[in-house]
Design a protein around this ligand. Structure first.
Ligand code: OGA
Ligand code: NI
Length: 367
């Protein structure tokens, strides 16, 4: 695939501005084909009650110090996470050790950013070269149907990509809050990586080492979904699986919107208070040789409330080959994917935007 282009194929329109000017219709560019619209699959009432598993990690909140950082999680927690990874590819964690206060502060600081005057936000307008900054589309195909959302994308790790000049200077606490939030989430992701490794029957440091040890990548995408006058015709974020390793999502505390695919249904996630939503990304699907699968998800919008979410992506070092763990490749189950660096892998979503699971599936034919 060719190099990322330097600029967008068309002028960028902020969805937040559209939301203010469109009161009873939306531009054609945001209207999805009928099969992709929110109601394309009807859910039965029993599925309305369904939710992704909620798992208590028993770590409390670190009010002054770490709760036994190196302690092995209990067998029952390992088992619950294992079942959730097998059945859903998605779960919520509570008592995960990150302070609820910090979680609220992070989300509300970013909400404030999106409510700053447009001229201020425009100073951070992004380009498809790195995607860092304030953006309103994913993918660079001219004439593509777009999603009903704006976002802010930032690198946290590796340190050489962390560029405070690309972080908003407003609100004033933004940089400091993101720094602390990133530190806490990297720690939590490290713990979860151990759990996944153990559950896959690998040494507890296997996945972390295969990700590049200390040199992993981490980035944040803050999603802003403005109110939409015709929510039944569009999506806030089209169906996709996350290309990276693992994602920790901090959802809006008031407004649901995330839907996870379960067989042929879309299940709307009901977030538990101060929970993170964890999901497996494509790189862990590859490393686990598809024992764990990255699961498709999407976001619906609504007509009376905006929604803010923070997606923290924990990724392999970008230039090392990622391939199925040798321990998980057998005669009966040969390697399903060829080795590929994450740099190479993520070019696809950066060019074409969210497209279900088409990318990871397409790798299979290349072994
Ligand atoms: C994402 C994502 C879900 C949400 O940013 O990759 O899936 O609820 N976000 O915003
Ligand atoms: Ni996602």
């Amino acid at each position: 695939m060719s190099k990322s282009p330097q600029d967008w194929p068309e002028p960028i329109v902020r969805v937040q501005s559209l939301s203010q000017s469109c009161t009873d219709s939306i531009p054609d560019r945001y209207i999805k084909p009928p099969t992709d619209r929110p109601s394309s699959i009807t859910t039965t009432s029993s599925e309305d009650d369904a939710n992704i598993p909620i798992i208590d990690l028993g770590l409390g909140a670190p009010y002054g110090g770490d709760p036994e950082p190196e302690a092995q999680p209990q067998a029952s927690i390992l088992r619950q996470i294992s079942e959730a990874c097998n059945e859903w590819g998605f779960f919520q964690i509570v008592n995960h050790g990150v302070s609820p206060d910090l979680m609220d502060k992070a989300r509300e600081t970013w909400r404030e950013f999106f409510h700053l005057p447009m001229e201020v936000k425009q100073q951070y307008a992004n380009s498809p070269k790195t995607y860092e900054g304030y953006g309103s589309r994913l993918g660079v195909e001219k004439g593509a149907i777009l999603d009903w959302s704006d976002y802010y994308y930032l690198h946290y790790l590796p340190l050489c990509l962390k560029d405070p000049n690309k972080w908003p200077a407003m609100p004033p606490s933004c940089r400091e809050v993101f720094d602390e939030y990133g530190r806490e989430l990297v720690k939590l992701c490290g713990r979860l990586m151990k759990v996944l490794s153990i559950n896959l029957g690998l040494g507890e440091n296997f996945l972390q080492n295969a990700f590049g040890g200390e040199d992993i990548g981490a980035c944040l995408r803050v999603n802003f979904y403005p109110k939409c006058p015709r929510p039944e015709l569009t999506l806030g974020l089209s169906s996709h699986s996350d290309p990276g390793g693992m994602t920790l999502l901090l959802p809006d505390d008031q407004v649901p919107g995330l839907q996870v695919r379960k067989c042929d249904n879309w299940i709307t996630v009901k977030p538990a208070r101060h929970a993170f939503i964890v999901n497996i990304g494509d790189q862990i699907q590859v490393m686990s040789n598809a024992i764990y699968k990255s699961v498709e998800h999407r976001v619906i919008v609504n007509s009376d409330k905006e929604r803010v979410s923070l997606a923290f992506f924990y990724n392999p070092k970008s230039d090392i080959p990622i391939e199925p763990a040798k321990e998980l490749v057998t005669l009966d189950r040969p390697a399903l994917y060829p080795a590929m660096t994450f740099d190479e892998y993520r070019r696809f979503i950066r060019m074409r935007g969210p497209r279900g699971k088409s990318q990871v599936e397409s790798l299979k034919s290349r072994t």
